[in-house]
Design a protein around this ligand. Structure first.
Ligand code: ZN
Length: 331
């Protein structure tokens, strides 16, 4: 979902980039995807067998969309800590939120690579509004710790969707040898805050970070888009080193996601490229690792919602995200 209630971000203008758009790389990507297809298919079949398709036991949630549904990006605690990743830091919520890595030695094209997946929001956020409304420092600004996310008109929560797609993506990435770290895995009542989400990626020294979301705008707005970090500098935020690689990551995910799901780039922003640059998201501003957000579709549009609520479609979404990451990492 969108990350604040402010008008459409001025960064949309900044999304007009001199760089060749992702679709201009189609031929190269097609070759890569073709090479990956057998593995991806095998992974898909295995995942279908192993994981089933239900959204998985989440409690009923309010259907109303709160006014503040923002993936706020805060860095409240970042002010007192430093921008230097400190893996040796005392165990904290960020450490406990990270999913354990598989114990077996990794083999595959992504062996030795670390990918952090950030399932947007948390199904418990609706019950912890005071906690998630806390303002945190995102370097360039202050924003809410976290937001509730949106829902479909029938009440399927964005937070359920993001966790399901993230888990499917983890399965696929691990099958290729990657170490996958989650920012949360339904193992905490709310959050984490956006600054902590960023910090988890930084401290993991992630080779790539993807934050999974779905949008919640008016019906008729359809399609997916990738949000890329703008160049920002302020407080703990300095994206100068990740803007370039993050765009590469985002373009590769956009191309693969379109191919895997059959979805089109968003028709309501990004000028049809499926790419948008924003400078107001703490999860991006505070990242020191290549990172993008993906808005997989619009939960408030009936046609998009029909896809987002389909386990089969979510598997395709996970495949698209995975293939984009694999392409970025050269696996
Ligand atoms: Zn969201």
């Amino acid at each position: 979902m969108r990350y604040d209630d402010s008008p459409p971000p001025p960064e949309s203008a900044a999304s007009v980039s001199p760089d060749p758009p992702w679709y201009a790389r189609r031929s190269t990507l097609a070759v890569a995807v073709a090479a990956l297809a057998p593995t991806a298919l095998a992974g898909w079949v295995l995942t279908q067998v192993l994981t089933g398709s239900g959204p998985g036991g989440q409690p009923p949630q309010p259907k109303a969309l709160p006014a503040s549904h923002t993936a706020g990006a805060g860095a409240g605690d970042a002010k007192s800590s430093t921008t230097t990743p400190s893996p040796a830091a005392p165990a904290s919520a960020s450490t406990s939120a990270s999913a354990p890595a598989p114990a077996a030695p990794a083999k595959g094209p992504l062996a030795g690579r670390t990918v952090v997946i950030d399932p947007g929001h948390n199904t418990g956020n609706f019950k912890h509004t005071s906690e998630i409304d806390r303002q945190v420092d995102i370097g360039t600004n202050h924003k809410e710790c976290d937001t509730t996310g949106t829902t479909t008109n029938s009440g399927y929560m964005e937070a359920e969707f993001t966790l399901d797609v993230s888990r499917r993506t983890r399965t696929l990435l691990e099958s290729k040898g990657a170490k996958v770290v989650f920012t949360h895995d339904a193992d905490r009542p709310w959050g984490p805050c956006i600054d902590e989400r960023a910090r988890i990626g930084n401290e993991a020294k992630a080779d790539a970070v993807v934050s999974v979301h779905a949008d919640g705008v008016s019906a008729g707005n359809r399609g997916f888009h990738i949000i890329l970090p703008a160049t920002v500098k302020g407080g703990a935020a300095d994206t100068s080193k990740i803007v370039g690689p993050s765009r590469d990551l985002g373009e590769r995910i956009a191309g693969n996601f379109a191919r895997s799901t059959g979805s089109a780039p968003a028709n309501y922003l990004g000028s049809g490229t499926g790419l948008v640059v924003r400078d107001d998201l703490g999860g991006l501003n505070l990242s020191t690792r290549p990172k993008v957000f993906i808005e997989c579709g619009n939960m408030r549009d009936a046609k998009d919602a029909a896809q987002l609520t389909s386990p089969e479609w979510r598997q395709k979404a996970a495949e698209g995200i995975t293939n984009g990451i694999v392409g970025f990492l050269g696996g």
